[in-house]
Design a protein around this ligand. Structure first.
Ligand code: FEO
Length: 400
């Protein structure tokens, strides 16, 4: 029976042979995937040799192998290029190497150690490449570019010179199961921003180095390992320069928890005042929010406000969770502020300040409110909003 799987040609002799995980809803036991994700894998067919760039998540090996076999037979694959050792791209390597016995694994020196530890790849099937090394498949030249910490230490990109295709693995990715091309996806840059916030933002300086490194290449297509392929790469490259540089907007991300609507009401006062000052405000109820949406807004928010009630005199655990997330993702915000609602005592401000000190943003203010919102409290909140607004817009004026 013929295989139902096929390979999709994306350039002359270059095929998408990956898998779409439409129903997956969580990544790293942390990141929601409302649109599923894809594990893109690519086959590059030269005159003399054939290379597979990255593989797929365990469980999707059959999709990959059948798609590859629709182009080459078992003896026809010469190289498996492991741009990144994380299992969503490398998990199928053991089976691919078994099914294609001639294939050699190509990776960085750190990648080679990981291939041995994670996937038990024997030494004699690994070829280590260094930054700038090339393999000529016959009219298809693959150049390897080290790109450490994008997203693990072993990461590299592969550039196909003749076609101007950059295989960038996680870099330029987005968690989307649908859409082969960027221009087939609505709001593609918003999905990319969300992914940047979740995966790349903690490594902004590495991202800048990678952008500088690829700036001399003639990139006509970016083929990442998640989400659509960019056949119009200019906009995503421009956005990455902005996000990697930590360029923020006149925008405040308000992350709040509310148990009896008191904190929610305070947040409304703050948001109205900020908006009246012309500042963009995005509000996330942490108890209901999608963490990916929060990560997306942390990418370009100039200020973060955390508002929490106290639970047993401590910060609400969800407020600590969101604050820890901002620290972990290395949000580029310049300013932070806290709003604490308490009943009989609170250590919440100290706890949150302890987490936020690593965000390296200026603490503009801490407003503590004893349950009911008094006239004085309303004025304190409005005053905090005005102070934030002055600083946020002042920074824009300095930049001009
Ligand atoms: Fe998509 Fe870091 O793996």
């Amino acid at each position: 029976m013929p295989s139902p799987y096929r390979a999709f040609q994306i350039s002359d002799g270059v095929f998408w042979v990956g898998a779409r995980d439409v129903s997956r809803r969580l990544f790293d036991a942390l990141i929601p995937l409302p649109k599923g994700t894809s594990y893109n894998s690519y086959l590059v067919v030269g005159r003399d040799q054939v290379a597979l760039v990255d593989t797929v998540n365990p469980g999707f090996e059959n999709d990959l192998i059948e798609r590859v076999r629709s182009v080459v037979n078992s003896g026809g694959l010469n190289y498996v290029i492991m741009n990144h050792a994380e299992p969503d791209h490398a998990g199928a390597i053991p089976l691919v190497l078994k099914e294609f016995p001639k294939a050699e694994l190509i990776t960085t020196s750190i990648g080679a150690k990981m291939a041995r530890i994670f996937y038990c790849v024997p030494e004699d099937r690994i070829r280590i490449v260094k930054d700038g090394d090339v393999i000529d498949l016959g009219g298809k030249t693959l150049k390897f570019l080290e790109a450490p910490m994008l997203h693990w230490p072993e990461t590299m990109f592969t550039y196909l010179a003749e076609d101007g295709v950059l295989f960038s693995c996680d870099f330029f990715g987005s968690h989307l199961a649908q859409g082969l091309w960027d221009d087939e996806v609505e709001d593609v840059l918003l999905h990319a921003q969300r992914y940047f916030g979740e995966i790349i933002m903690p490594f902004r300086s590495n991202a800048l180095n990678a952008l500088k490194k690829i700036s001399s290449l003639n990139i006509r297509m970016i083929a990442p390992s998640h989400g659509p392929i960019y056949r119009n790469p200019e906009k995503i490259i421009k956005s990455y320069w902005r996000w990697a540089s930590g360029e923020t907007e006149e925008k405040v991300a308000v992350l709040y928890v509310s148990m009896w609507h008191h904190t929610e009401n305070v947040v409304k006062v703050l948001a109205d005042e900020l908006r009246s000052e012309g500042v963009n405000v995005v509000i996330h109820d942490i108890a209901a929010a999608d963490l990916g949406d929060i990560a997306k807004d942390l990418v370009d928010s100039r200020a973060i406000v955390v508002a929490t009630p106290t639970v047993i005199a401590n910060a609400h655990p969800l407020a600590l969770h969101a604050t820890y997330l901002a620290k972990l993702l290395k949000a580029p915000a310049n300013y932070v502020a806290l709003i604490i609602l308490y009943a009989w005592g609170s250590a919440a401000d100290k706890q949150l300040i302890e987490v936020l000190k690593d965000v390296k943003a200026e603490l503009v203010g801490v407003v503590k409110i004893n349950v009911a919102l008094s006239e004085k409290d309303v004025e304190s909140i409005k005053s905090l909003a005005r102070e934030l607004s002055t600083k946020i817009t002042g920074l824009s004026a300095v930049a001009e």
